[in-house]
Design a protein around this ligand. Structure first.
Ligand code: G1P
Length: 302
């Protein structure tokens, strides 16, 4: 058996227009909207780094340069903060990307779908396995002390098995048509556990769906996916779908559906974004208590 290469690269597609969040996202990339005190994409990048990723590949488009700026040094601001002795805030902007991590960005020239965005990164990925992390999806960090985050668990599962890992969570029946859906042949899948996938289908109707387990935007994938994406025809919504390439891969390779133990918030829609702010605010050491008491007061209003 050939040696399993560790996953060190993560592709984060950021070329979307953020239309569900207008007017907030007219001039600001949706990925930079703050969840508590950090842009949503910074939470995702931190999740990647915590799992051992050391190369972040942003697939972006014109008009979204502010995302690259956020992960770059800001000499003038840093000098000012240094001069004023604002050390804590200085550290908070300097340490966004630790020295061992590199951020690379490249462009998706046309909005042809998630699969196409991933394919745009093929030269940077080279022959390596890679992760895909969708930046709208905020995966709440594990609250149990000492417990690894779900994405880290997936990376560890790849390292020991060499099987692609697809994060899934159970969704209500009326939401099935919005997601990629995993087929695990009717097996029971407990939280924090994984089960072999037999197929994947993008945005099926409820009647046709093989389960209620939705793909939630975290993938650890073997390199072969890039080859398959080159030949993937437009699918659901007329877009080149990552799910279709993965379904094809399953004819030759084993992959697992990993059922997350945490919860997600979709920051690409208004309600999900508000919930993410409340949930993250309640985890924030400086904000938790005051936010909790404010929510209690508000909850008395009908
Ligand atoms: C994408 C994927 C889909 C996945 C979803 C998760 O769809 O194609 O399989 O379930 O993200 O958010 P999108 O939401 O971009 O239409």
């Amino acid at each position: 058996m050939s040696e399993i290469q560790p996953v060190k690269k993560a592709i984060i597609p950021v070329a979307g227009l953020g239309t569900r969040m207008l007017p907030a996202t007219k001039a600001i990339p949706k990925e930079l909207l703050p969840v508590t005190d950090k842009p949503v994409i910074q939470h995702v990048v931190e999740e990647a780094i915590a799992a051992g990723i050391n190369e972040i590949i942003l697939v972006t488009r014109s008009g979204k340069e502010a995302i690259e700026n956020h992960f770059d040094a800001h000499f003038e601001l840093e000098t000012q903060l240094e001069r004023k002795g604002k050390d804590t805030v200085l550290t908070s902007i300097r340490d966004i990307i630790p020295p061992h991590v590199q951020v690379i960005s490249l462009r998706q020239p046309e909005a042809l779908g998630l699969g196409h965005a991933i394919l745009c990164a093929r030269r940077v990925v080279g022959d390596n396995p890679f992760a895909v992390m969708l930046p709208d999806v905020l995966v709440m960090p594990s609250s149990a002390p000492g417990q690894l985050n779900d994405f880290s668990n997936m990376v560890n599962r790849w390292d020991s098995s060499g099987h692609g890992q697809i994060m899934v969570e159970a969704v209500p029946n009326d939401q099935i048509h919005q997601y990629g859906i995993a087929d695990i042949d009717g097996a029971e899948l407990g939280v924090g556990k994984a089960s072999p996938l037999s197929a994947m289908v993008e945005k099926p109707k409820f009647e046709d769906a093989p389960s209620n387990l939705a793909v939630v935007g975290r993938y650890v994938l073997p390199n072969q996916v890039m080859q398959l994406l080159k030949n993937t025809k437009p699918g659901a919504g007329g877009e080149i779908q990552l799910t279709d390439a993965l379904d094809e891969l399953l004819k030759h390779e084993s992959m697992d559906a990993y059922r997350m133990s945490s919860i997600t918030h979709d920051c690409g829609n208004k309600l999900g974004y508000l919930k993410a702010n409340i949930a993250m605010g309640l985890e924030h050491p400086e904000l938790r208590e005051r936010l909790k008491s404010y929510i209690k007061t508000m909850a008395q209003i009908d």
